[in-house]
Design a protein around this ligand. Structure first.
Ligand code: HAM
Length: 422
């Protein structure tokens, strides 16, 4: 029986990985420009971290985690997201003691969620994310949002929509929570069993329910924006003012609650508006988390961040017809005929690669004509031919494939000649 790849995962083949590398390089360069530094945390953590960090009542924790018991009897979970791990590392490594604050970090790597696979939703996906921890200045909220938009704009994407909301501080959320309970309680029996539980445990999650989204009570549910206290209102206004100053367009949507429990104040998502993008239009999301560090045992320090998945970014590139992949082009293709020539060829290929050129040769004993065809197919700038007689004379024939110009020179001179051009 053939063994297939697990459901919800994918192989990235060489014709795809080039695009991935270009995207990853772009995101790393952007991180440098915004002065964020890379952090790498383990692929699995203690299960408790996500229960406390992401939140016990979220779908991620209740339904989607890959949790297992290791041979030592510990409950571990493959990370479903990066923020909780970064927060854990921040506390454990006492980064709040570093002189430079806020601490600005980025990460890139696979995340795991047991979700129903569909286009744009896989069980292993790759997130690029940033976290700025140690500042509660609305200017850094705007920085994180600007960074998120640049991730797409730097790659040429245009059909983007930035959606913004505020979830307020603890006091505002409590007032909103009570309003939600009062509003939904009379409809409790008409709601799905998950929502009945959410009503008790975390009524905000009701607004995110996919089953009950068309229930009439959803349409006039209390808006968080009506429950923001003065500080939260001012904070939200200042974030918007920074975005206005930067010329970044957004729409405010009070139904944007995000699927993780740690958010306070700013919450945002970037959506693709490209035709043919598919039904899941969210490209990335993020927000402020002022209680998270404390919830996992650290000091009272606030943070903000966002994460995108490269899979959905690539879907957006495809929907907008943007092809990042460059051609597979060689500097030189070395063509040899005969056993002795092969030894000379191996030596030359090695020397040219050491000198920094992109070089390849034939390993299947193909005829000379077929080897020339390979040189054309790889769009080599030069074909370098070494046959038996060339070996005897210690020379090689260099042919510039663009115009057919050629020269026979001492084999030891080839590197210098290629460096100069013919
Ligand atoms: P999230 O909204 O759960 O937030 O995920 C962020 C992004 O990860 C999504 O917008 C989407 O691009 C991608 N994503 C999530 N699940 C999948 C999936 N199954 N398949 C493909 N892509 C997926 C977080 O993870 C937060 N940690 C973001 C954050 C960072 N907030 C503050 N800092």
């Amino acid at each position: 029986m053939n063994i297939h790849i697990p459901r919800g995962t994918e192989d990235l083949l060489p014709e795809q990985t080039k695009t991935w590398q270009i995207i990853e390089d772009t995101l790393k360069q952007l991180s440098e420009r915004y002065h964020y530094h890379e952090i790498r945390t383990p692929m699995f953590e203690r299960t408790e971290l996500f229960q406390r960090g992401v939140g016990d009542t979220t779908d991620i924790v209740q339904k989607e985690m890959y949790t297992f018991t290791d041979r030592g009897g510990r409950s571990l979970t493959l990370r479903p997201e990066g923020t909780a791990s970064v927060a854990r590392s921040y506390v454990q490594n006492k980064m709040h003691g570093n002189p430079e604050q806020p601490t600005k970090l980025y990460y890139l790597g696979p995340m795991f969620r047991y979700e129903r696979p569909q286009q744009g939703r896989t069980r292993q996906f790759t997130q690029f994310g940033i976290e700025a921890i140690g500042s509660a200045d609305p200017a850094i909220d705007a920085e994180v949002i600007a960074f998120a938009m640049d991730c797409y704009q730097d790659l040429g994407l245009k059909s983007l929509k930035l959606v913004l909301n505020s979830l307020g501080d603890h006091e505002s959320r409590e007032a909103h929570r009570q309003a939600l309970v009062d509003h939904f309680k009379p409809h409790e029996d008409e709601l799905c069993s998950d929502c009945q539980m959410r009503l008790e445990q975390n009524p905000l999650r009701l607004l995110d329910c996919k089953v009950d989204q068309d229930h009439p009570s959803m349409q006039n549910a209390p808006s968080i924006l009506d429950y923001l206290n003065d500080y939260s209102q001012q904070y939200f206004n200042d974030v918007k003012k920074h975005l206005d100053a930067m010329g970044i367009d957004y729409v405010v949507d009070d139904a944007l609650v995000r699927g993780l429990d740690y958010y306070t104040h700013t919450a945002f998502e970037i959506m693709s508006e490209a035709d043919g993008f598919g039904s899941i239009t969210t490209l990335s999301g993020g927000g402020r988390y002022n209680g998270l560090i404390q919830d996992i045992g650290g000091p009272e320090i606030s943070g903000i961040g966002f994460a995108l998945s490269i899979e959905r970014l690539i879907m957006a590139l495809e929907a907008e017809g943007i092809n990042l992949d460059s051609e597979d082009e060689l500097d030189c293709y070395v063509i040899t005929m005969g056993d002795e020539a092969k030894f000379a060829g191996s030596k030359l290929v090695y020397q040219l690669r050491k000198a920094g050129f992109i070089v390849d040769q034939d390993y299947l004993d193909k005829k000379m004509k077929t080897q020339f065809k390979a040189a054309d197919r790889y769009q080599a700038s030069y074909a370098i031919v070494i046959g038996e007689s060339e070996v005897e004379q210690g020379v090689a024939n260099i042919k510039r494939l663009e115009d057919g110009e050629q020269k026979t020179i001492a084999i030891d001179e080839v590197k210098a000649q290629i460096e100069q051009g013919l």
